[in-house]
Ligand binder design. Structure first.
Ligand SMILES: *[C@@H]1O[C@H](CO)[C@@H](O)[C@H](O)[C@H]1NC(C)=O
Ligand SMILES: *[C@@H]1O[C@H](CO)[C@@H](O)[C@H](O)[C@H]1NC(C)=O
Ligand SMILES: *[C@@H]1O[C@H](CO)[C@@H](O)[C@H](O)[C@H]1NC(C)=O
Ligand SMILES: *[C@@H]1O[C@H](CO)[C@@H](O)[C@H](O)[C@H]1NC(C)=O
Length: 223
């Protein structure tokens, strides 16, 4: 009987993971201002996400950043703790695209990693952008006690639904003094007791300390 190689689910999974890790050897260097996509995800209140930022950071607007811009495939990355002003431009999956009558912005702190995938909005690599043509995706922790439930503009009468899922946005890197949690010390910095890396969620990072980011950057050395 001929031996057939039929890959198991695990082998397929492992190979995909291996391929992604190989592809993931170069991080995306992004300008301080530009365009991106914005999605949203559920982050429980007081949850300590990938960056190890304090539980109280979840009481203010936070976001996960797509892996290859975040700068790590495991936990702490150079984007951890950085603050960005995100401005909603329009939706583009809806027909027709929705251009809200008012401009809305929100300043978020990056506290989490949006893992690299083969498809989906966090799939941009140095080899190519996501489905919207963008190299960055911010995944907003929403709903959140810190963000009004009507934050995302909608037109239910016309579209028949309110959640557009994905927005085209402009982003700008801002000092974290612009972040709503800035005046609450408990919302700044990292949780303690997680080793030397627990200083990786700086209150207002400018450079990433080597032990947070790993030098030279590589997907296996990131921690
Ligand atoms: C965020 O961007 C909006 C729109 O460009 C601007 O009006 C607002 O001043 C910005 N906020 C900060 C803190 O930079
Ligand atoms: C990401 O996925 C979209 C389809 O969802 C695809 O068009 C795009 O080429 C992918 N990007 C990369 C870098 O693989
Ligand atoms: C996002 O908005 C910018 C600025 O208007 C535009 O250049 C870009 O094509 C838009 N992206 C999508 C996917 O619609
Ligand atoms: C909803 O969309 C329709 C059709 O474009 C428009 O006439 C109406 O003014 C919109 N309403 C709001 C609240 O945006």
């Amino acid at each position: 009987m001929a031996l057939l190689f039929i890959p198991s689910f695990f082998q397929i999974w492992f190979f995909s993971f291996f391929l992604l890790t190989v592809l993931a050897s170069e991080w995306i260097e992004y300008p301080s201002d530009g365009f991106a996509t914005l999605t949203h995800y559920s982050l429980p209140l007081d949850y300590i996400a990938s960056c190890g930022c304090t539980a109280d950071s979840t009481h203010y607007p936070t976001a996960a950043l797509s892996q290859m811009a975040y700068g790590s495939s495991t936990a702490y990355g150079p984007a951890c703790g950085r603050c960005f002003n995100l401005t909603l431009l329009h939706t583009f999956l809806s027909v027709p695209p929705f251009y809200p009558p008012n401009t809305k912005s929100i300043v978020v702190k990056v506290t989490d990693l949006c893992p690299l995938s083969t498809t989906g909005w966090c799939n941009a690599t140095t080899n190519g952008p996501n489905a919207a043509g963008n190299f960055l995706n911010f995944d907003l922790a929403y709903p959140s006690t810190s963000i009004p439930s009507d934050f995302f503009p909608s037109n239910a009468t016309y579209y028949g639904y309110t959640d557009f899922g994905v927005w085209n946005i402009s982003y700008g890197s801002v000092a974290c003094s612009n972040w709503e949690g800035w005046n609450n010390d408990a919302a700044l910095g990292s949780v303690t007791g997680q080793g030397p890396e627990s200083v990786c969620c700086a209150a207002d990072p400018t450079v990433c300390p080597p032990y947070c980011c790993g030098y030279p950057y590589s997907s296996t050395q990131q921690k």
